[in-house]
Structure formats: structure tokens, C-alpha cells
Design a protein around this ligand. Structure first.
Ligand SMILES: *[C@@H]1O[C@H](CO)[C@@H](O)[C@H](O)[C@H]1NC(C)=O
Ligand SMILES: *[C@@H]1O[C@H](CO)[C@@H](O)[C@H](O)[C@H]1NC(C)=O
Ligand SMILES: *[C@@H]1O[C@H](CO)[C@@H](O)[C@H](O)[C@H]1NC(C)=O
Ligand SMILES: *[C@@H]1O[C@H](CO)[C@@H](O)[C@H](O)[C@H]1NC(C)=O
Ligand SMILES: CC(=O)N[C@H]1CO[C@H](CO)[C@@H](O)[C@@H]1O
Length: 431
């Protein structure tokens, strides 16, 4: 028994410490929260016919206004981020990037001042290669110039894309820009796409990535569809042994934007994205139209209990721990020895199905007792449970039940990975 305890504790320690040191800029100690224009507004430049939705300073000012007025800032959403298509096609006489003069007549510095006056932060976009994905000037050969320009403007976050770059130079490029940002002396959160562009050629070095970036995209852009969200979850789960250990305060895996509040996801699917992005300790960067969003989506995005899971101070990313009978179970260790558990019903036919947890397999945190609270699809205190308890949780097709489990015990000493493998003994736990 004593021996077993020691082994457990060692495993616990190695699981807890991320694989490497994080980028030392004091930022992203919790997953970044904010808004980013890409998925919803893309490269809309038609300010003549579509002034409300084109990529212009007006869009970010309006978004900043709404973020303050409608409770987004209070809920924790802080960064207002510009994506591609903001610059002029030409650099200025000094070789500096400049904003498109028609769409950003006041310039980025004024926009940053405006966003700061609202108590928010401004993000901008550039590319490690010769040009951006949409064909605007890239930063290759201009890393120091561009970093200094962004710092002079008062930019707070840089999303650095990876189009039009020789893949063998990705590491050098991302590292050089990281150093250039540091050299400006301004704290600028650094969001990379290094592993996304490297994966087709080789396994990225996540130790180096964590030392260089505050978060990093691994996989395809998110689209406004359930198939897109599912593909991101599947990629993440199938690479979790490689990527989960690299996440922690200062550096996070980025599964891309939240598309909640748009057109493509049912409400259950929106709840699934929100729950799973919290479990994955993902940046919560919404790409939607906050000026016009359905109240249920807004309530979901501002749900304090889910945001608390996302922002949990332990800073450990969750992982998929079981796949059985078209259910997926994901869990995330939380501070104070608590656990968040998401049960996703992947069966896209029929009605709600009951996921039954019987005898809390491996739930050491329920020995002798634990307190279970359901957060999605609705808040429900499920009360004190033991390892002998049985709970039946109905989950809608492509929906998620999100729970937290809090140990109630005198001598509990550590986090124990749940043995969900046992759940695959189907008849035993699933009715
Ligand atoms: C630059 O890096 C040094 C050492 O890694 C760190 O102490 C410092 O805070 C960084 N500065 C900025 C502005 O990120
Ligand atoms: C990165 O910086 C080093 C040292 O200045 C330089 O030799 C190298 O060419 C740079 N690489 C890229 C891709 O900019
Ligand atoms: C990965 O990067 C780290 C930190 O830069 C370095 O020490 C290590 O040697 C690299 N690993 C491989 C396999 O290249
Ligand atoms: C269980 O959790 C709920 C919600 O946080 C709380 O109200 C309740 O007091 C807890 N019960 C016990 C026995 O800790
Ligand atoms: C009761 C039971 O079957 N426990 C098993 C659960 O799964 C773990 C890991 O596969 C086993 O070590 C336990 O024996």
C-alpha cells in the first residue's frame, strides 16, 4: 500500500509540470480571452456596400464598445484582435507596415488608444513568411522593424501566421520574431502557428515552441460547422500524448476560435464547443458578431462556471479519457484536487441518451465521498456521491454534459487519473 502511494505521487508530479519553460514575458498565465475577427468577418474589404462588416477600424471600435457594455469584459474577454487583411499592400518609405488608409483612416495607434481607453487590449496579425495568407506584406526580413512598429503603436498581442514560408526556416522565423518582440521592451502576447505549418513535414519540437510562444495553433482553421469542431477535437485527442504536456501557465495549445453565436452550430453543439474548449485549456477567442448575438449564445459564452474551468489556476490541459458506445469522456484536473468531466454524445441520431456512471470506476476522488455538480446543459447539484454511487446523465446528440467533481475527504493527497478504460467494459457502466 505504501509502495503504491509513492508510485502514484511520482506520476502525479511528472504529469503536473509542463515539459518545458514557458516564454518568459509574464503573459498568458491563463488561457487568453477575447475576440478575433477571422472566422466571422474573414477578408471582407467591401466597405462601400458592407460598411458594418468590412475589416475597418470601425469594426474593432464597435466590438470594443459592445464588449464593455454587454458584460463581455466583465466576464473576462479582454483582447480585441485584428486578423489578416488590415494592412496596405505597400510598406512605407521606412519599410514599415502601414494600415490600409481607406479602412483605417486614423491608423492603428489611434485604434489601440481607443481600445485601451475601454480597458481592453488590441491584437494584430502578421506572417512569418514572405506574405500573409491573404497576400499582404509578410514579415520575413522585417521581424525587428515590425515588432518595433507594433510596440510603437501600443499593440498587446501578435497573431503570427505561417503562410509563404520555407518550412525548414519556421523555427528560426518564429524564434527571431519572439526575440524581436522581447527586444522592444513592450509586453506583447505572442500567438504562433508554427506547429500547424510544421506537422505536414515532421513532428514539431514542443519544448522549443513553448519557450517561444504564448499559444500555438496545431491544426486546421475552425469553420462554422460541427464537422469542423469535431475534426479539431479528434485531432487533439489523437495527439494528446504529444501536446497536452506542453500546455501550462504562459503557453497553451490553440484549437482556434470559438464560433458560438454564428450560423453553423446547434445550441447543443455550441455547448459542446464551449465545454471542450474549457477542458482543453484553450484560448477563448470568439469570432462572432457581438453586436448581434442570440441571448442563449451570449449566456453560454459568459457562463461563469465554464469560464472558471477554462481559467483554473492549476493550468493543466484536459484530455480524452474514454471513447465508448459513441460517447466521449474528457476530463481536466482542476485546482484543489477537483476535476472537470465532459461527456460528449457523438451519436448524431435519435434523442438524448443516458450515460451511466456506476460505481464511479477509478474515481479515487470520490473515496470516501465527493460532491458532483452539473454545469451543462443546465446547472444542477447532483449531491454527495461515493464510489458506490450510480449516476445517469442524459446527453443530447452532439451535446455535452459538463460536471465538476470535488473531493470531500480528510486525507486526500493527490490527483489520480480516472481509469475510464474500465468504462469500456460496456455492460458494466452503460445501461
Ligand atoms: C524579455 O526576456 C527576458 C528574459 O527571458 C525577460 O526577463 C523579460 O521580461 C522579457 N521582456 C519582455 C518585454 O517580454
Ligand atoms: C534569424 O536570426 C538569425 C540571427 O540573426 C539569422 O542568421 C537568421 O537568418 C534569421 N532567420 C530568419 C528566418 O529570419
Ligand atoms: C527541442 O528544443 C529544445 C529547446 O530549444 C532543445 O533543447 C532540444 O534539443 C530540441 N529537441 C530536438 C529533438 O530537437
Ligand atoms: C456541493 O456543491 C454545491 C455547489 O458548489 C454546494 O452548494 C454544496 O454545498 C456542496 N455540498 C457539499 C456537501 O459540499
Ligand atoms: C476494477 C478494475 O477493473 N480496475 C482496472 C481499471 O483499469 C486500470 C487500468 O487499465 C486497471 O489497472 C485496473 O485494474
Amino acid at each position: 500500500m505504501k509502495m503504491f502511494r509513492v508510485v502514484c505521487l511520482l506520476a502525479f508530479v511528472s504529469v503536473l509540470s509542463p515539459a518545458a519553460e514557458a516564454l518568459d514575458n509574464g503573459l498568458a498565465l491563463k488561457p487568453t480571452m477575447g475576440w478575433l475577427h477571422w472566422e466571422r468577418f474573414m477578408c471582407n474589404m467591401d466597405c462601400q456596400r458592407d460598411p458594418e462588416n468590412c475589416i475597418s477600424e470601425r469594426l474593432y471600435m464597435q466590438m470594443a464598445d459592445v464588449m464593455v457594455k454587454e458584460g463581455w469584459k466583465k466576464a473576462g474577454y479582454e483582447y480585441v484582435c485584428i486578423d489578416d487583411c488590415w494592412p496596405s499592400h505597400q510598406r512605407d518609405a521606412q519599410g514599415r507596415l502601414q494600415a490600409d488608409p481607406k479602412r483605417f483612416p486614423s491608423g492603428i495607434k489611434k485604434l489601440a488608444d481607443y481600445v485601451h481607453s475601454k480597458g481592453l487590449k488590441l491584437g494584430i496579425y502578421a506572417d512569418v513568411g514572405k506574405s500573409t495568407c491573404a497576400g499582404y506584406p509578410g514579415s520575413l526580413g522585417y521581424y525587428e522593424t515590425d515588432a518595433q512598429t507594433f510596440a510603437d503603436w501600443g499593440v498587446d498581442l501578435l497573431k503570427f501566421d505561417g503562410c509563404y514560408m520555407d518550412w525548414t526556416l519556421l523555427g528560426e522565423g518564429y524564434t527571431n520574431m519572439s526575440k524581436a518582440l522581447n527586444k522592444t521592451g513592450r509586453s506583447i502576447l505572442y500567438s504562433c502557428e508554427w506547429p500547424l505549418y510544421e506537422w505536414p513535414f515532421r513532428k514539431p519540437n514542443y519544448t522549443a515552441i513553448r519557450e517561444t510562444c504564448n499559444h500555438w495553433r496545431n491544426f486546421n482553421d475552425v469553420y462554422d460547422s460541427w464537422s469542423s469542431v469535431k475534426s479539431i477535437l479528434e485531432w487533439t485527442a489523437s495527439h494528446q500524448d504529444i501536446i497536452v504536456p506542453s500546455a501550462g501557465p504562459g503557453g497553451w495549445n490553440d484549437p482556434d476560435m470559438l464560433v458560438i453565436g454564428n450560423f453553423g452550430l446547434s445550441h447543443d453543439q455550441q455547448e459542446s464547443q464551449m465545454a471542450l474548449w474549457a477542458i482543453m485549456a484553450a484560448p477563448l477567442l470568439m469570432s462572432n458578431d457581438l453586436r448581434n448575438i442570440c441571448p442563449r449564445s451570449k449566456e453560454l459564452l459568459q457562463n461563469r462556471r465554464i469560464i472558471d474551468i477554462s481559467q483554473d489556476p492549476l493550468g493543466k490541459q484536459g484530455y480524452r479519457s474514454a471513447k465508448v458506445d459513441s460517447f466521449e469522456v474528457w476530463e481536466r484536473p482542476l485546482s484543489k484536487n477537483r476535476l472537470a468531466v465532459a461527456v460528449l454524445n457523438m451519436q448524431e441520431i435519435g434523442g438524448p441518451r443516458g450515460f451511466v456512471i456506476r460505481a464511479f470506476p477509478g474515481w479515487k476522488i470520490c473515496d470516501p465521498k465527493c460532491n458532483v455538480t452539473q454545469i451543462l446543459p443546465q446547472y444542477k447539484e447532483m449531491g454527495v456521491q461515493t464510489q458506490q454511487s450510480t449516476l445517469a446523465i442524459p446527453v443530447n446528440p452532439s451535446g455535452t454534459a459538463l460536471l465538476t467533481v470535488t473531493p470531500i475527504s480528510g486525507d486526500f493527497t493527490g490527483i489520480h487519473k480516472l481509469h475510464w478504460e474500465n468504462v469500456s467494459v460496456k455492460h458494466k457502466y452503460i445501461l
